[in-house]
Design a protein around this ligand. Structure first.
Ligand code: LR7
Ligand code: MN
Length: 579
């Protein structure tokens, strides 16, 4: 627990305070649905051209890694490529350097064509529909594609660009704007313009200092000529037919902001995993202001005849979406006070809904993304960037509900700069309240203030200084709930006691099945997650077992026969609502 606590506090890191926090965030962004493998019926016979900067090809040829003539080259058809065991020590070193620099297997990526083939991931309905119900290409607006990057691996960056060039109807692709956010990798500094000379639609813009993703995107947007902006990360692959269904929605209503389904490109093998095009997830968030994925709620499913129709989503992941340029500007683009990474996706999502727009995920459009388990690049030293961005977000858009975020960070708002111009923006646009957004657009979200109690859960025994303390992420599932000296900073000690007797944080509940007291996803049917707290005695009684929660030691919980005279069985829930 001390370790987890430290990582929540994010005090120490060579790369600046947010580094370890960002890891959790990246991890959480993996879609909930397990990627499904799909039988490939190839229909994409594009010739593949090898990466020009392929240093390893010859070396590996010697160990027989490359396919002999007539066989599939590495990664074609989106297949996994696994390195053989017998690579040399020298090559092993390159592999591990690639991982270190990029947090994905760059060595493997370098062996795969930057114009590899991918099967068509779309639902049949999408393909038949494109000839009937969809607007013809001639009636769709064109788009500027904006790709920002900081130190992206060469082969991965090129594959992103080629996938867009090769799989977008030329008349719809106005330009691709590459915004280099002050990279210091040699290939980017030296070869990029040269390489792109062969592709007149590609423009390269260089930031002259490290701006961070959000301001880099604003630089790209300001330079864009198309009526629609499409933002993409720099390690993606666009698939057949990805663009038309996005633009179709914007052509019908320019206040609709649209995201493709984001498929997983494996960070190790570069396999393109096709998520089921029928069952996409939608975006949400938790009170730590982290983005989360959810199954499509029933009320939304009921709105549709076909499962491949666009679905409304409370929030977007952030990296891949199209928006009408005028609407983006009307919404005040992004808050340029946001630095490096994070929070901008929620900002844009909230204001899209609150200021008259609609946010959708379009299952007919698929783009792959390399999901990483950590952030490979430098953040800022001495500033908690993500927290600063999130506080700005909460201050401007969340009204009284911002308080729940502040509680989670122990009210330590830090220096978040001046937000007055953003508040004016909101006033001028006459946007709806955050309460409206929660009620109408995201009623699934658990609201701590509607719980019977929220805050720390302190034990009154052994000096009365110990609190329940556990992370509540997916990684924590089935791990015992911990204890740690109460610190009053929220974080891993912030719990809610729901009306139905759950002790929970976000989507995770305290659960007892006869062994340890564990963290488990809330299931909403009481059972092992049912706890009865008696404010007078301080006892926390477990529904099914009738046992009570107590301390065995200062760092171990125990479930035992209830005994109100035992100090170690007495607890104090913060902010208990007696009514
Ligand atoms: O200082 C920086 N400058 C940059 O240009 C830091 C990053 N970047 C670039 C970077 O090279 C990359 O292309 O910004 C992009 C996003 O950074 P990643 O890929 O390291 O992070 P990520 O994939 O977790 O980013 C997700 O969250 C971000 C902050 O909220 C942005 O919204 C990203 O666009 C978003 N990515 C996605 O939504 C893709 C799917 C992930 C999911 C779910
Ligand atoms: Mn990314």
């Amino acid at each position: 627990i001390p370790l987890a606590w430290l990582s929540f506090m994010v005090i120490v890191s060579v790369f600046g305070t947010s580094h370890s926090e960002s890891r959790t965030v990246l991890h959480n962004k993996l879609p909930i649905a397990e990627p499904q493998k799909q039988e490939h019926s190839s229909n994409n016979n594009r010739n593949s051209v090898s990466a020009r900067n392929n240093d390893h090809e010859n070396e590996l040829d010697n160990v027989g890694v490359l396919a002999p003539p007539g066989e599939l080259k590495p990664g074609e058809l989106g297949k996994a490529y696994r390195l053989p065991k017998n690579i040399t020590e020298e090559q092993k070193k390159l592999v591990s350097e690639g991982w270190k620099k990029n947090a994905f297997n760059q060595f493997v990526s370098d062996l795969i064509s930057v114009r590899r083939s991918l099967p068509d991931p779309r639902d049949e309905w999408c393909k038949s529909r494109s000839t009937s119900e969809m607007l013809p290409v001639s009636e769709l607006p064109s788009t500027s594609v904006i790709i920002c990057f900081h130190n992206e691996a060469w082969s991965v960056l090129l594959r992103s660009v080629h996938s867009v060039l090769d799989r977008s109807p030329p008349q719809l692709l106005r330009e691709i704007i590459l915004v280099d956010d002050f990279s210091d990798m040699d290939h980017v500094k030296q070869q990029l313009e040269d390489y792109m000379k062969a592709y007149p639609k590609v423009r390269v813009i260089r930031a002259n200092k490290r701006e961070g993703l959000i301001r880099a995107r604003l630089i790209g947007a300001a330079a864009a000529n198309g009526p629609v902006l499409t933002f993409l990360d720099s390690h993606i692959e666009a698939t057949q037919g990805w663009l038309e269904p996005l633009l179709d929605r914007i052509a019908r209503d320019p206040t609709t902001v649209v995201c493709p389904v984001i498929d997983v490109i494996d960070d190790d093998t570069l396999e393109y995993h096709y998520s089921d095009s029928k069952a996409t997830s939608v975006g949400g968030f938790d009170w730590n202001l982290q983005f989360t994925w959810h199954a499509i709620p029933e009320r939304e499913r009921n709105r549709h005849k076909n499962t491949a129709e666009p679905v409304r989503s409370p929030t977007m992941a952030g990296g891949l979406f199209s928006i009408d340029k005028n609407f983006f500007e009307k919404l005040g683009t992004y808050d340029s006070g946001f630095d490096i990474w994070g929070g901008e996706n929620l900002e844009l999502s909230f204001k899209t809904w609150m200021c008259g727009g609609t946010l959708e995920i379009v299952p007919c459009s698929h783009v792959g993304h390399i999901f990483r388990k950590r952030s490979p690049y430098k953040w800022r030293t001495g500033v908690n960037v993500l927290r600063r961005n999130s506080v700005r977000l909460a201050k401007v858009w969340m009204d009284d509900y911002a308080e729940y975020y502040y509680q989670r960070i122990g009210h330590d708002l830090g220096d978040f700069g001046d937000v007055s111009s953003r508040t004016h923006l909101r006033d001028n646009l006459k946007c709806k309240s955050f309460k409206w957004f929660l009620t109408e657009i995201y009623p699934e979200l658990f609201i701590p203030g509607e719980a019977l109690a929220h805050g720390e859960i302190r034990n009154l025994g052994l000096g009365g200084t110990v609190c329940l303390d556990s992370p509540a992420t997916k990684k924590q599932i089935n791990k015992p709930v911990g204890l740690y000296p109460c610190h009053g900073q929220g974080g891993n000690q912030y719990w809610s006691y729901s009306k139905t007797g759950e002790v929970r944080r976000d989507e995770m509940c305290v659960d007892y099945a006869g062994q340890d007291v564990m963290i488990y996803p809330c299931h909403g049917s009481m059972g092992n997650q049912h706890w009865v707290y008696e404010h007078q005695s301080g006892l926390i009684r477990h529904g099914p077992s009738h046992k009570c929660l107590g301390l065995e030691t200062r760092d171990k919980l125990v479930m035992e026969h209830c005994d109100g005279s035992k100090e170690t069985q007495r607890w104090r829930f913060q902010n208990f609502n007696e009514t």
